[in-house]
Design a protein around this ligand. Structure first.
Ligand code: DX5
Ligand code: ZN
Length: 219
């Protein structure tokens, strides 16, 4: 599977998001990762559907929306209408994961599931045949710039093995603490969609940072 880079705008300049997203488009990003946080499921509060809708007018890049919110079922329609291409929900935020994934898919959008570092893969085993991506959190969600948690690699390997054994088609996405070193481990373990926030936006040259990540995993 070709490796795709999804810069997270959590580390971008929030006062200039339009230009930050345009910059990503010109820099070879494959997707834009958009972190929605509610101050409840995670400590931080970021942006919601109105901001995504406003950004939608300025780019054709794939919008990968990561919902870190409680009661996600209440908000799916708003995010669909805002122009999200993929919506990722956390398995920990719903009692009805199957229904929630089907709800997202009923709008013709890609639907994915995320798990926190401490959440075991077996919790989502029954929906693996339905989702487009599985997002393995490689840090505890809430903030950018945290250190990669090593034990999550084993979960990526497990997912990869399950995918192979059962003939599933989901991609594995990793989120948190990604840099030139950790990306190599993640891809080796089976990840193909790489989210990177601070690594991309804290670098002097965004284009160069994306290129470097891609280069580190080239065979
Ligand atoms: C963390 C978010 C991430 C965050 C990653 O809760 O889900 O998408 O932006 O940031 P880095 O790449 O800096 O760890
Ligand atoms: Zn994220």
């Amino acid at each position: 599977m070709a490796v795709k880079i999804a810069p997270s705008i959590l580390s971008a300049d929030f006062s200039d998001l339009k230009n930050e997203v345009k910059k990503l488009e010109e820099s070879g990003a494959d997707l834009v990762h958009i972190d929605v946080m509610d101050g409840n499921f995670v400590e931080n509060i970021t942006i919601g559907a109105p901001v995504i809708k406003a950004l939608r007018k300025h780019t054709n890049l794939f919008f990968d929306v990561h919902l870190m919110i409680l009661n996600p079922e209440r908000h799916i329609e708003k995010f669909v209408k805002s122009g999200a291409d993929n919506i990722t929900v956390h398995a920990e935020t719903t009692y009805h994961l199957d229904a929630l994934i089907n709800k997202i898919k009923s709008f013709g959008k890609k639907a994915s599931v995320a798990i926190n570092p401490a959440t075991p893969v077996c919790l989502i085993e029954n929906v693996l045949g339905m989702v487009d991506m599985v997002l393995v959190m490689t840090v505890n969600p809430g903030y950018g710039g945290q250190k990669f948690i090593d034990y999550t690699l084993e979960k990526i390997r497990n997912l990869s093995e399950l995918r192979e054994r059962k003939g599933y088609r989901f991609e594995i996405e990793v989120d948190g603490g990604i840099n030139e070193q950790t990306v190599v481990e993640c891809v080796k373990a089976g990840a193909s969609v790489i989210i990177a926030g601070s690594y991309v936006f804290d670098s002097v040259d965004v284009k160069e940072a994306i290129k470097k990540l891609k280069k580190s995993v080239e065979k």
